[in-house]
Design a protein around this ligand. Structure first.
Ligand code: SF4
Length: 376
C-alpha cells in the first residue's frame, strides 16, 4: 500500500487559527506553482522510488481555489505518469464550501475524484465567524448538495469544536446538523492554539477565551457517543465513518505505510527515507525549475526508529496494534521494549491490552498527546 499526496498551498483568506503552509496568493503565483507541480510530477514519476499507488490525496490549503481546469490537468498528469494498483484508486480532494461550484465538482468527479472532504468546520454562523472562515452555513449546505448531485460516492465533513463562546449544546447542534446531512465520514478536531497565529496572540492577550478543559472533555465524549449512536464507527482519535467508508489514504499514514508527497512542504516516507520539500512557495518553484525536485531535508530512519514511530502512529487507530504482528514485523516486542513505561500507562488505565491488542482507552484518547509522547 502506498499513497500519493499533492499539496496546494492556496486559500481565499488566511484563517486566524491556521498554522499550515497556506494562504491567499495572486493568480500569477498560483499559475507558476501549478507549472512547478506538473514538472515535479514528471520528474518524480521517472525516478526509481516512484512505486505503485493505491490512493491519491489533494490537500492544502484549499485545492478548490484553483481553476478547475488546472486541477484536472494535475489529475490527468498524475494518473498518466504514475502506476496505480487499482483501476479505481481512492482519490480525495479537500474543498472549502465557499470555493466550489456544481460545474467544478462535476468536472472533478469526471476527472476521477471519488472522495471529497468538505471543510465545513461549523454549522453555526457564530462558529464560522469566530473561526474567521470565509464561507457561510448555506455555502456548506449547497456544497454538500452539489457533491451528492454530481455523484461523489464518498463525502466527508470536517468539523471543529471547542470554539470561543461555544458550549456543549452548541456543539451538539453542529454535530446533529452534520449527521442529518448523511455524510459517509466525519472528522472532528478540537480547536488548538498553534504556533504564532492571530488566534494564539488573541488568547494570550485575553481577548479570546476558549472553553475550559471540562467542557471540551464533555464535547469529546458527546462526539464519540452521538456519532456511534448514528452508525459512525470511530476508527481514529478524530475520525469516524460509516463502516467500510474510512479514508484509506489516512489509514496508510497511521499504519506507517509508504507515501510520496509533492508540492511545497510536502513530506514523503519511502522507507527508510523521510524527506520534506522546501516550505516556501517561491523557493519551491525555483528549485523545481532548476532541478526538477525540491527536497530540503532527508533523514534515514533505522529499524528501531521506524518501530517506535509505527507504535505511536498505530495507537491513534482505535483498533490499536496487534502485538504478534508487530513483534513479527519489527523483531521488537512492544511489551518488552517499552517495559515499565508501558506498565505504568496500563496501570493508569490510559492503555489497555485485550486479545493481544494494545490500544488507547477512552481516557487515553483524551490524553493521547501525553501518552504517545511517552512512547516516541
Ligand atoms: S482554509 Fe484551511 S488551510 Fe486555508 S487558511 Fe483556513 S484553515 Fe488554513
Amino acid at each position: 500500500m502506498a499513497g500519493l499526496y499533492i499539496h496546494i498551498p492556496f486559500c481565499k483568506t488566511k484563517c486566524p487559527y491556521c498554522d499550515f503552509v497556506s494562504g491567499p496568493f495572486p493568480v500569477e503565483i498560483q499559475k507558476r506553482y501549478v507549472g512547478a507541480l506538473l514538472r515535479e510530477i514528471e520528474t518524480t514519476s521517472q525516478e526509481a522510488e516512484a512505486s505503485c499507488f493505491d490512493t491519491l490525496y489533494i490537500g492544502g490549503g484549499t485545492p478548490t481555489v484553483l481553476p478547475v481546469e488546472w486541477l484536472v490537468s494535475i489529475l490527468e498528469k498524475t494518473f498518466d505518469l504514475f502506476s496505480w494498483s487499482d483501476i479505481h484508486p481512492e482519490v480525495t480532494i479537500e474543498a472549502n464550501p465557499g470555493s466550489v461550484t456544481e460545474r467544478g465538482l462535476r468536472e472533478l468527479r469526471a476527472a476521477g475524484v471519488n472522495r471529497i472532504s468538505l471543510g465545513v468546520q461549523s454549522l453555526s454562523p457564530g462558529g464560522l465567524k469566530v473561526l474567521g472562515r470565509s464561507h457561510s452555513v448555506s455555502d456548506s449546505l449547497s456544497a454538500y448538495r452539489y457533491a451528492r448531485e454530481v455523484g461523489f460516492p464518498l463525502v466527508s465533513l470536517d468539523l471543529i469544536y471547542g470554539l470561543p463562546g461555544q458550549d456543549v449544546e452548541g456543539w451538539h447542534k453542529d454535530l446533529e446538523g452534520a449527521i442529518s446531512l448523511g455524510p459517509d465520514h466525519i472528522s472532528c478536531y478540537e480547536l488548538t492554539v498553534e504556533g504564532d497565529t492571530p488566534l494564539k496572540r488573541a488568547v494570550l492577550r485575553g481577548e479570546v477565551v476558549l472553553p475550559d478543559e471540562e467542557t471540551v472533555l464533555e464535547m469529546t465524549d458527546l462526539t464519540e457517543d452521538l456519532l456511534a449512536r448514528n452508525g459512525y464507527r470511530q476508527y481514529e482519535i478524530s475520525n469516524f465513518a460509516i463502516p467500510g467508508r474510512e479514508c484509506r489514504h489516512n489509514i496508510n499514514y497511521w499504519e506507517n505505510g509508504a507515501y510520496l508527497g509533492l508540492g511545497c512542504s510536502a513530506v514523503s516516507f519511502l522507507p527508510p527515507y523521510r524527506e520534506r520539500n522546501i516550505r516556501d512557495i517561491f523557493g519551491y518553484i525555483e528549485s523545481v525549475r532548476d532541478t526538477g525536485r525540491a527536497i530540503e531535508e532527508q533523514e534515514v530512519l533505522d529499524t528501531e526508529a521506524r518501530f517506535r514511530e509505527s507504535v505511536t502512529l498505530a495507537l491513534r487507530l482505535i483498533r490499536g496494534i496487534s502485538l504478534p504482528e508487530f513483534s513479527e514485523k519489527w523483531r521488537y516486542d512492544p511489551i518488552i521494549y517499552y517495559g515499565d513505561t508501558l506498565k505504568v500507562l496500563l496501570a493508569r488505565g490510559l492503555l489497555a491490552l485485550e486479545d493481544q491488542h494494545l490500544f488507547l482507552t477512552r481516557e487515553g484518547r483524551r490524553l493521547a498527546n501525553v501518552v504517545l509522547s511517552e512512547l516516541v
